[in-house]
Design a binder for this molecule. Structure first.
Ligand code: HAS
Length: 550
């Protein structure tokens, strides 16, 4: 069991995560009704304001705080309790990240930052919104360095040993995050803040977007990797087996450091100002970053089969029936994995140059990110929540809460399936993303977006409503497991933090030589970005004044 103070730290992060989740999902509910023309917002509330709140609070805030809760608890569990310096730094990181979050949220709520979570220039928010974002990043960095400090102390005490798999994967995630954030820090500090406060008149739009996507794509792996940590480390324990291959797991994570950053142009394939050669190069690298996910899929299938066969499953698929289907901690993560099969395939479609022409800026992309971050990542976080919160609060995961948890994940899956399928099909029919309701003057193409069963804004709204109800159930479960469920006492077993055994005897030591991977990552980044970014700076157009369109 980890120390009480470490548990408090992790719980504080869980708390902010679920407050953001509560507000963010409510904004999502409003959105699906506005898009369907079933709701008119009051004059003081704007569609783009709730869309920004939805994206920022769910994609940036819920994920980040939950990730830190999980990583903090896992690092304390696998490397031992934090020393005083690490603890103080983690609290400082938490406080700075929270202040940044509150500042950015206030700006959104007061209608001064309806710029969506991608905050594309020349849309211009209040300068305080960007200060909030900068503080948010700085706060996460403080927490990252604190966790790295904890890891270094452990390494010094265990010379020549590979770190436990959980810690290795945490450090990989942190390295990826720190390198990725350099892009957003550069654009926010040197471009957005001076421009938003009026110290300069114009902004180089293409440069700001490119620096954003330098950060924006690895951001999605910052969400995904903690989910993968649970897949590799937690799932085998729930199945009563060990990690399938320690070296495969570590190598897959290392590949994310190499290939997740120099690929941001695949979000900008339709944009002028970047020559097709650089787009092509980054598309090739995008196809490289698919490999560690395919390795993960292979590893998961192998884990399932090994565990099922150990339990007596025979024949080609007999092992499948032996999986612990009545354990909600497993079932939620299994469904998460299922969602990632079409989610990942959609990603491959998006990255394919010509197909991107068809789907870019349509609801297809919205469908894509709901079945990547909204299901595989979010449902893995839900699966973690069911044991992490009672583990931290010292309470029990009672039978009645387990039943509610099943209802919650099943309803989330149904809502997500309806909403994202409708979004994918609507996108193929050309329905745009980032727009409120519009009848498009009764244009016949637009009219079909409100017709038919699956290709329908009504289906989207029904899915969205089910998701909202499911989200409220989750909030109830979190509150119960934190404050109201019976305490684990002497008679009742403590809820466990499941960490599977991982046999590292055959794992090559160089996998933990971080400088090799950081070095190669930097080389790839220079290869993919140095010339196009310097082109954007040298041949900078006159730049754009800010626009406030809301
Ligand atoms: Fe993406 C846009 C390409 C993965 C999130 N993506 C987005 C946006 C978001 C997002 C938020 O190339 C919108 C950004 C915006 O606002 O504009 N994406 C990819 C590719 C991958 C990918 C190639 N995306 C993700 C993940 C995300 C995420 C992960 C969040 C967590 N994405 C794109 C592109 C765009 C894009 C373009 C820009 C589009 C545009 O034009 O705007 C790959 O990483 C995917 C690889 C994954 C796989 C799947 C492996 C499957 C596994 C599950 C195995 C299942 C098991 C269970 C074991 C190949 C690991 C099965 C058991 C049984 C028994 C059946």
């Amino acid at each position: 069991m980890i120390g009480i103070q470490d548990r408090r730290l992790a719980l504080a992060n869980v708390g902010v995560a679920y407050i953001a989740f509560l507000i963010g999902t409510f904004c999502g509910l409003l959105q699906v009704f506005v898009r369907n023309d079933a709701l008119n917002l009051p004059s003081w509330l704007d569609y783009y304001q709730i869309l920004t709140a939805h994206g920022v609070l769910l994609a940036l805030i819920y994920t980040t705080f939950f990730i830190f809760a999980f990583l903090i608890a896992g690092m304390s569990k696998t490397l031992g309790n934090f020393g005083p310096k690490v603890k103080t730094s983690l609290w400082l990181g938490f406080i700075v990240t929270t202040i940044g979050t509150i500042l950015a949220t206030i700006m959104i709520i007061s209608g001064k930052a309806s710029v969506l979570y991608t905050f594309y220039a020349p849309l211009k928010a209040s300068g305080w919104f960007y200060i909030g974002l900068a503080l948010w990043v700085i706060g996460t960095w403080i927490s990252c360095f604190a966790l790295v400090g904890h890891y270094i102390v452990w390494k010094k005490g265990h010379k020549g040993q590979l770190s436990p798999l959980f810690a290795f994967m945490t450090i990989t995630t942190i390295i990826l995050w720190i390198i990725a954030c350099l892009g957003v820090v550069a654009t926010v500090v040197f471009q957005y803040i001076p421009w938003a406060f009026g110290w300069v008149d114009t902004i180089n739009v293409e440069l700001s977007r490119s620096l954003f996507w330098y950060f924006g794509h690895p951001l999605v792996y910052f969400w995904l990797l903690p989910a993968y940590i649970a897949w590799y480390v937690v799932v085998p324990k729930l199945l009563g087996t060990k990690v399938f291959s320690d070296s495969l797991a570590r190598f897959a994570f290392v590949l994310f450091i190499l290939f997740s950053i120099p690929v941001g142009f695949h979000h900008q394939l339709t944009e002028p100002g970047i020559s097709s050669f650089w787009k092509f190069l980054q598309v090739v690298l995008t196809f490289m970053v698919i490999i560690p996910s395919l390795m993960t899929a292979f590893s998961m299938f192998a884990t399932f089969e090994v565990s099922g066969r150990n339990k007596g499953g025979s024949g080609l698929f007999g092992w499948f029936t032996k999986l612990p289907w009545n354990d909600v901690r497993f079932t939620s993560i299994f469904i998460a994995m299922l969602f990632f099969i079409p989610g990942g395939a959609g990603g491959i479609i998006n990255a394919s140059f010509q197909l991107n022409e068809l789907v870019h800026n349509t609801l297809w992309i919205v469908g894509h990110f709901h079945i990547t971050v909204g299901a595989p990542v979010a449902m893995t976080f839900m699966g973690i929540t069911f044991w992490l919160v009672p583990y931290l609060s010292g309470r029990q995961l009672t039978k009645s809460i387990k039943r509610l948890a099943f209802i919650q994940i099943i309803s989330w899956s149904i809502g997500m399936l309806l909403m994202s399928t409708a979004q994918h099909i609507l996108g193929l029919f050309g329905a745009p993303r980032r727009t409120a309701y519009s009848g498009y003057n009764g244009n016949s193409v637009a009219l079909q977006w409100f017709d038919g069963i699956l290709s329908n804004h009504v289906t989207m709204a029904v899915g969205g409503t089910i998701l909202f109800l499911s989200a409220m159930l989750l909030i109830y479960i979190v509150a119960n497991l934190w404050f109201f469920a019976p305490k684990s006492g002497q008679q009742t077993e403590m809820v466990e933090f499941p960490v599977a055994e991982s046999d590292a005897t055959a794992t090559p030591k160089f996998l933990e030589n971080w400088w090799i991977w950081i070095g190669i990552a930097i080389l790839l980044i220079i290869l993919a970005y140095a010339i196009p970014l310097s082109d954007m700076i040298q041949h900078s157009p006159t730049g754009s004044k800010g626009h406030i369109t809301w």
